[in-house]
Design a protein around this ligand. Structure first.
Ligand SMILES: *[C@@H]1O[C@H](CO)[C@@H](O)[C@H](O)[C@H]1NC(C)=O
Ligand SMILES: *[C@@H]1O[C@H](CO)[C@@H](O)[C@H](O)[C@H]1NC(C)=O
Length: 277
């Protein structure tokens, strides 16, 4: 009986999450951008000089529409006990690319493993006081093992709600996590991170609609319009930034990338319905 009560409370909560109203909307559609541009993938970053010298790709990513809403990151993270490989974000790993068949365009975030570090990609929202939101992203992930594609909200390491695709995972697995995922002794906290099988025969190498609804009491994840996962653990309690990234650090979570390998997070559109604190 207890479990029935719990389920009905959950469903009431999900209904509430679906009914939440939002005052603000960010929407970017990368599918039909200027035909003459974006004909090829930028060169992979093989050293620090290339990394820091790289400009933002001109076109949509330097337009006011994009720049007003998002910042492409260039910070790095050094080697540490849990990150055996250095990570360095570069402008050159964020670009618009045309589909192979030439029909449409999409945003790409790339991670490339060179001899010295993982050259990674991160895009952060300019608004950093998102307080409850419905985040919807149509995306695809491809490439080599050892990288993590992230779509998430972030305030700090203890206030973070994640959709993550690990390229070492089978192509029908996805990770839904509310941080903190580890306790003070470094052990996994039960219920913080869920390794879920994607429903409806979906695989992350195809385009899918990912959605995270963050309300006061619940985190609810959807995949292709269907309820996928619910958490009451670790609901972020602080105003947050929205982040997309493609990264690796050779650690336990991502695994390591082979030198010379790459992985890609492709995005057709992003919609963020949100309120502010
Ligand atoms: C970047 O590296 C990947 C993996 O080796 C490769 O498939 C891709 O073609 C490279 N990109 C360019 C522009 O050379
Ligand atoms: C969020 O941050 C606050 C401190 O501002 C902390 O007390 C709390 O444990 C963090 N995590 C969650 C899930 O609220």
């Amino acid at each position: 009986m207890l479990s029935l009560v719990k389920i009905s409370v959950f469903l009431a909560g999900v209904a509430a999450a679906q009914e939440a109203t939002y005052a603000h909307r960010i929407f970017h559609d990368f599918r039909s951008l200027d035909g003459s541009l974006y004909t090829c993938e930028p060169a992979n970053i093989t050293n620090d000089e290339q990394s820091s010298a790289a400009p933002v790709q001109s076109g949509y990513l330097t337009s006011d529409a994009f720049v007003n809403d998002f910042g492409i990151q260039t910070w790095g993270a050094p080697v540490s006990e849990t990150s055996p490989v250095r990570k360095q974000n570069s402008n050159q790993n964020v670009y618009i690319e045309r589909d192979e068949d030439g029909s449409s365009t999409h945003l790409v975030l790339r991670a490339y493993r060179n001899e010295d570090f993982i050259s990674s990609a991160e895009v952060e929202s300019k608004v950093s006081n998102i307080f409850h939101a419905s985040i919807r992203v149509r995306a695809r992930v491809r490439g080599d093992a050892g990288a993590c594609a992230g779509i998430f909200t972030y305030y700090d390491d203890d206030n973070e709600s994640d959709i993550e695709i690990l390229t070492r995972d089978p192509t029908n697995h996805i990770r839904y996590t509310n941080q903190p995922g580890l306790d003070e002794d470094g052990n996994e906290i039960p219920g913080a991170s869920t390794d879920a099988v994607m429903g409806g025969g979906a695989v992350w190498t195809d385009w899918n609609d990912y959605r995270l609804d963050w309300t006061a009491d619940l985190s609810v994840w959807y995949l292709n319009g269907k309820l996928a996962h619910i958490k009451t653990y670790g609901i972020p309690s602080n105003p947050s930034t929205f982040i997309l990234n493609m990264w690796g650090n050779g650690g336990v979570w991502t695994g390591d990338m082979d030198i010379g390998s790459a992985a890609y997070l492709d995005i057709e559109w992003i919609e963020i319905l949100y309120n502010t604190a």
